[in-house]
Design a protein. Structure first.
Lengths: 299, 440
């Protein structure tokens, strides 16, 4: 079952086609990476999903029903450009935003208190936002995004401006929310984070979807059959029957496997020839490489 | 609806709870009261210098009688001026006044001389001349053998009393139109000030939300239109709160100040008279003040005040929505904001000038049309209301205003929803026009 389903969504701004017939499905309980270079249409797409703007054509389904005015209360959106009312007190601010998401004052207070205890920030309640550091503000922003326990969480560069400690804190919370059943769209340029966190990704460029799938599938799709082997002993001569040597240095080499060979066959051959294997790795392309390759291929 | 209410509540409470708001709201009436007290004190201040003046009156014009004034003491001297000149200080005089003979009873000019090494202060000069004037008048009446009562009868005061022709219409005094014009002018000015002040407040707030980027978080929860409308209503409620507090406190504090100071209108008038400004009979002017008070009381405040509030809200909503639209289109660049606000400020300023012209001729066609035209009516109509204008005009004006408010809020909403998400773009009016037709 999909939490989110887009069918042929198109949005035109003035002369620019910001979103061009984008369709994808996002399974429930998934952490979903929305990737793309600057100006690819990520924000436009997010704004359509959050009902900030409407699509020109196409339909968006949230949890099986087309999005409508009730949708915002089921979505938690943290924009890349953060913003809070600077002069407002932290507690009031969170109460306000939570009530706008449809929580009653009592429930809102309960849930906010829960997060305050969790983050150990109870003394902040009566502080003004402008008195907090940027990282602290980020935590408040995060709480405001998740406090109403949305079905779908959209986080646009959630770790920008956070120190490693707080990054881990938020990362853990994202995982916990996901385990508790939240589906999360994660939009970022930081590919190592995507690899670490996301199960599925979609890559868009110039408003079009150019890649979609699970991280493992995509990596598999773009793999080049490269293997790195570390060994001890002398290499047999006719290794070239199994693949093309790409590079070698000291006691390791990289080989591109022949397409007809099994992954294990090189390993088997080496073992049979009394070469002691210390490490055997398939070199998979990083998402970063795939990203750059795909975007460059587009332009 | 619930969300709109939350927004209104926040916009209202954050402003009303601000220290600056509480201070301005409470201190303004106090300030006005204080100003009145200080002004009165200063105006009644006659200096702590007391003057003792020797009067040399060889022809006995004053008949040895002249009343002492405030800090001013007279003493008749039989010695000549020359004798006194040498030792007037030792005798305790500040100066010597010589009252020469009245040569010709039928001239209106008379010069008396003041001998002193000290300066003749304006205060002393005016009280001396007024005392001598009265004395010489008495002297001339006697010398010319005139009848005092007949003479007084010559000073005829003419007033024009407007009388209604229509049966049952209220008979008003000659002062009514002046009073109405005064109140109208005050109302018009207040509206002008309020539209600008609170309209700008809305604009600044929209800009702040945009530049602090909170707006994107907000509109992922509420509709842009709700946010805009909530803000306008919230700020409008703030304005109304301030207005009502002032409407109660300013007259209250003024009355209190008057009571504490024991200032009565007579005294103030006497002062005006002493300073030589107007030569009005004190009793007559007191009567005028009572009449004016009565006139003000005669106005139908139970209709005027609600009408004023209607026009206040109408004018505020109309202009605030325009200010909100412009605020949404602005970037942080303040230079740019000027060119965008100009088209809004022009009608407001124009309305002010029209209002001033309209007070002078409240039934001209300019007055009628400008108090129906919605961009001017919130300022012009309150100025005319006190002058008793046909009911149909007020009704038409309100209907047009309300319709325009709805239209302008809708129009501004169309611009606002695009503007708040538009960054880093220099916006022209052509652009704003395009936004109206954007599909969002």
């Amino acid at each position: 079952m999909e939490i989110l389903k887009l069918v042929d969504v198109t949005k035109q701004y003035d002369k620019k086609l910001a979103v061009d017939k984008v369709s994808f499905d996002m399974p429930k309980g998934c952490i979903f990476g929305l990737l793309g270079p600057n100006g690819a249409g990520k924000t436009s797409l997010i704004r359509i999903i959050t009902t900030i703007t409407g699509a020109d054509t196409g339909t968006v389904y949230l949890d099986g029903t087309p999005i409508d005015s009730d949708t915002p209360s089921h979505i938690g959106y943290m924009p890349e450009e953060r913003g809070l009312y600077k002069k407002m007190k932290v507690g009031e601010q969170l109460m306000y935003l939570a009530q706008l998401k449809g929580l009653s004052a009592r429930v809102a207070r309960e849930k906010i208190m829960h997060w305050f205890e969790k983050f150990d920030i109870l003394p902040w309640w009566d502080k003004k936002i402008e008195e907090l550091s940027k990282g602290m503000q980020q935590k408040i922003q995060f709480i405001s995004t998740v406090v109403h326990e949305p079905k779908l969480l959209i986080l646009d560069e959630p770790f920008s401006g956070l120190d490693p400690l707080n990054t881990n804190l938020i990362k853990d919370e994202i995982r916990k929310l996901n385990q508790a059943g939240s589906s999360i769209i994660f939009s970022t340029h930081r590919m190592e984070q995507v690899e670490e966190i996301c199960e599925r990704i979609i890559l868009i460029d110039n408003g079009q979807k150019i890649l979609e799938g699970t991280v493992a599938d995509i990596k598999d799709q773009f793999k080049e059959n490269l293997f790195e082997i570390q060994y001890e002993g002398a290499l047999p001569e006719d290794l070239n029957n199994y693949g093309t040597m790409k590079s070698s240095s000291g006691n390791s080499f990289v080989i591109k496997k022949m397409p007809d060979q099994q992954n294990n066959s090189i390993l088997q051959y080496l073992i049979d020839n009394d070469v002691r294997i210390r490490a055997y790795n398939e070199i998979l392309p990083s998402l970063n490489e795939i990203f750059i390759r795909q975007v460059e291929a587009q332009s | 609806m619930n969300k709109l209410w939350l927004i209104i509540k926040r916009e209202y409470l954050t402003r009303v709870k601000k220290r600056s708001f509480i201070l301005t709201t409470l201190l303004t009436p106090l300030g006005i009261g204080l100003l009145m007290v200080v002004a009165t004190l200063l105006m009644t201040y006659e200096g702590d210098e007391s003057n003792t003046v020797a009067i040399v009156d060889p022809s006995n014009i004053l008949n040895e009688t002249i009343a002492d004034g405030n800090n001013l003491y007279f003493k008749f001297e039989n010695r000549s001026v020359d004798e006194l000149k040498s030792n007037y200080k030792e005798l305790g005089y500040d100066g010597i006044v010589l009252v020469p003979k009245v040569e010709n009873l039928k001239t209106t000019d008379f010069t008396s001389f003041y001998y002193s090494d000290g300066k003749l202060s304006p205060n002393l000069q005016s009280s001396l001349s007024s005392k001598l004037r009265d004395a010489i008048r008495e002297y001339k009446i006697v010398q010319l053998g005139l009848d005092k009562e007949e003479l007084d009868a010559l000073r005829t005061k003419v007033s024009i009393d407007p009388e209604p022709i229509e049966e049952g219409a209220q008979d008003e005094s000659s002062m009514a139109s002046g009073i109405a014009a005064g109140i109208g002018g005050f109302m018009g000015f207040f509206m002008y000030f309020a539209v600008f002040f609170y309209g700008m407040m809305v604009m600044r707030s929209v800009m702040e939300e945009k530049t602090s980027r909170i707006v994107e978080v907000m509109i992922s929860s509420v509709k842009p239109f709700q946010l805009m409308l909530g803000k306008i209503i919230g700020v409008g409620a703030v304005g109304l709160t301030q207005l009502i507090i002032w409407a109660i406190l300013i007259p209250g504090i003024t009355m209190l100040a008057t009571m504490i100071m024991g200032i009565d209108p007579d005294q103030q008038l006497e002062m005006a008279q002493n300073s030589g400004a107007a030569q009005i009979d004190v009793e007559e002017s007191t009567a005028m003040i009572y009449q004016a008070m009565e006139e003000i009381g005669n106005l139908n405040w139970f209709i005027l005040i609600p009408l004023f509030i209607v026009f206040f809200l109408g004018g505020f909503f109309l202009y605030a929505s325009l200010f909100a639209a412009v605020g949404s289109a602005m970037s942080d660049d303040l230079g740019e904001s000027q060119s965008l606000t100009l088209p809004i400020t022009i009608p407001v300023i124009l309305a002010l000038y029209i209002m001033m012209a309209v007070i002078r001729s409240p039934n001209s066609s300019l007055a009628v049309w400008s108090s129906i035209f919605p961009l001017f009516s919130p300022i012009v109509m309150p100025a005319r209301m006190a002058m008793g204008i046909p009911t149909w005009q007020i009704i038409v004006s309100i209907v047009v205003l309300v319709a325009s408010v709805v239209f302008f809020i809708w129009l501004s909403g169309r611009i606002y929803r695009v503007g708040i998400l538009m960054y880093g773009k220099k916006v022209s009016f052509k652009e704003l026009g395009k936004w109206l037709f954007y599909k969002v």
